[in-house]
Design a protein around this ligand. Structure first.
Ligand code: CA
Ligand code: CA
Ligand code: CA
Ligand code: CA
Length: 373
C-alpha cells in the first residue's frame, strides 16, 4: 500500500515536472511572431482635402500647444501649393506660403529668438521661386504661423532642390538643427540661428550620404539618432550630432518583416525613460512598420488601418505621431498619415487614436513632454 502510494506520488511529481516544462513552450507558441502581428485601427478624424488634385498632400507634423492641449495643431504639406494648418477636428485653420510647394514639414520647440523661447515649423520647399527651407514661427496665442526665414528661404545644396527634411534639437548642446536631403542621396545638416530682426538663418555643419533616393527622415532629440529612409533600400541610422561622423547602419531592410518600397514617412513615438517606437511608412504595402526606439530597433508589429466611417488609406507618404494628450478625441496621443486616395475628394490626412493602435501590445505613455529639457 505504501509502495503503491509512493509510486503514485512519484508519477505525480514526474507529471508535474513534465507539464511544468511544457507550459512555457505552449505559451510561447501561442504568441504570434512579430511579423504576424497586425493591428487594424479605424480613423477617428480626417482633415479637409488639400485644394490641389492628383498627388499633392505629402507630410504631416503635430505641434503641441504649451498650455491647452486641445489647441494643438496639425500641419500638412501640399507639394503643389502651400503649407496647411488644421485643427485636431480636421477643420482648416490657415494656409501659409502658398505656391512654395513644401514637401516635408517638421516642428522644433524652444528656439531662442530675440530673447524669447519660440516654437518653429520648417519645411523643404521646391518651387523655383522658393527653393530651399522655409521657417515659420508658431504663435501659441493666435495659433497662426508667420514666415521668419531670413531672405524668405534658407539655401541648401548650394541653391539646389531639396526633397525630405526633419528637425533635431540636441539634448547634449541645446542647439537646433534641420536635416534636408536631396534625390541625389545627399543629406545636409544645418544649424539654425537667430539672425536678428525676428528672423532665422542657418549654416551647414556637415553632409551625409545614402546611395539612392532618400526622403523620409526623423531625428531622436533625446537619444541623438538620425534615421533616414532610402526609398528602395530601407532605414539608415546615423548619429545626429554634427561631430558624429558619416557612418550609418541599415536598421530596417526592404523585404524584411514585410517592409515594401518605397520607404516613405518616418516618425518617433516618444515615451519616458528613452522608450517608445520608430514608425515607418511601408508605402508599397499600404502599412506602417513599428520598431523599438531603444536598443537595436527591434521589429514589433504592423499597423494596417482599415476603412470604416472614414475610408482606408493607401500609398501613404508622410506620417507623424505624438504620445501627448491633445483634444477630447485624442486623450492618449494620435497617429497621422497622408492618404493617397481619399474617398471624399482630393488627398488628405487621416487621424488615429493611439490607444486604438496600441491595444495591450504597445506602450501608452502620456507623460512625455516635447518641451522637457
Ligand atoms: Ca518619395
Ligand atoms: Ca488598410
Ligand atoms: Ca513623400
Ligand atoms: Ca483612402
Amino acid at each position: 500500500m505504501e509502495r503503491i502510494a509512493a509510486r503514485y506520488l512519484a508519477l505525480g511529481v514526474t507529471l508535474t515536472l513534465v507539464i511544468g516544462s511544457l507550459l512555457p513552450l505552449t505559451v510561447a507558441e501561442a504568441q504570434p511572431a512579430a511579423k504576424d502581428v497586425v493591428v487594424t485601427p479605424e480613423a477617428k478624424v480626417q482633415t479637409v482635402p488639400v485644394p490641389s488634385g492628383g498627388d499633392a498632400a505629402d507630410d504631416p507634423a503635430l505641434w503641441i500647444h504649451p498650455t491647452d492641449p486641445e489647441q494643438s495643431l496639425l500641419l500638412g504639406t501640399n507639394k503643389q501649393g502651400g503649407l496647411h494648418v488644421y485643427n485636431l477636428d480636421g477643420s482648416h485653420q490657415q494656409l501659409v506660403s502658398a505656391g512654395t510647394c513644401p514637401n516635408n514639414v517638421d516642428v522644433l520647440y524652444g528656439f531662442n529668438l530675440g530673447g524669447q523661447q519660440v516654437d518653429l515649423a520648417i519645411a523643404t520647399t521646391r518651387a523655383s521661386t522658393a527653393r530651399g527651407v522655409k521657417v515659420w514661427r508658431i504663435d501659441p496665442k493666435t495659433r497662426m504661423l508667420a514666415d521668419v526665414a531670413e531672405g524668405g528661404v534658407l539655401k541648401v545644396f548650394n541653391g539646389g532642390e531639396p526633397y525630405g527634411c526633419c528637425t533635431y534639437r540636441s539634448a547634449k548642446s541645446g542647439r537646433h538643427y534641420f536635416f534636408a536631403n536631396a534625390k541625389s542621396g545627399e543629406v545636409e545638416q544645418h544649424r539654425l540661428e537667430d539672425a536678428g530682426q525676428g528672423k532665422v538663418r542657418s549654416s551647414k555643419v556637415r553632409t551625409l550620404r545614402v546611395k539612392s533616393q532618400p526622403e523620409g527622415c526623423v531625428a531622436d532629440d533625446e537619444l541623438g539618432h538620425l534615421y533616414v529612409g532610402e526609398e528602395n533600400v530601407g532605414v539608415w541610422k546615423f548619429g545626429a550630432e554634427p561631430d558624429a561622423g558619416v557612418a550609418g547602419k541599415l536598421i530596417a531592410k526592404v523585404g524584411e518583416n514585410g517592409l515594401k518600397a518605397d520607404v516613405e514617412g518616418l516618425t518617433i513615438y516618444y515615451a519616458t525613460g528613452g522608450k517608445g517606437y520608430l514608425i515607418v511608412s511601408s508605402q508599397g504595402s499600404n502599412t506602417f512598420k513599428v520598431y523599438t526606439r531603444e536598443d537595436d530597433n527591434r521589429f514589433v508589429l504592423t499597423i494596417d488601418p482599415k476603412g470604416g466611417k472614414i475610408d482606408d488609406v493607401n500609398d501613404t507618404d508622410g506620417i507623424c505621431v505624438t504620445s501627448c494628450p491633445t483634444s477630447k478625441q485624442f486623450p492618449k496621443g494620435l497617429f497621422v498619415v497622408q492618404d493617397g486616395s481619399n474617398a471624399g475628394g482630393n488627398q488628405n490626412f487621416k487621424l488615429y487614436a493611439w490607444e486604438d493602435i496600441a491595444g495591450d501590445r504597445l506602450l501608452i505613455d502620456t507623460k512625455w513632454s516635447p518641451r522637457a529639457k
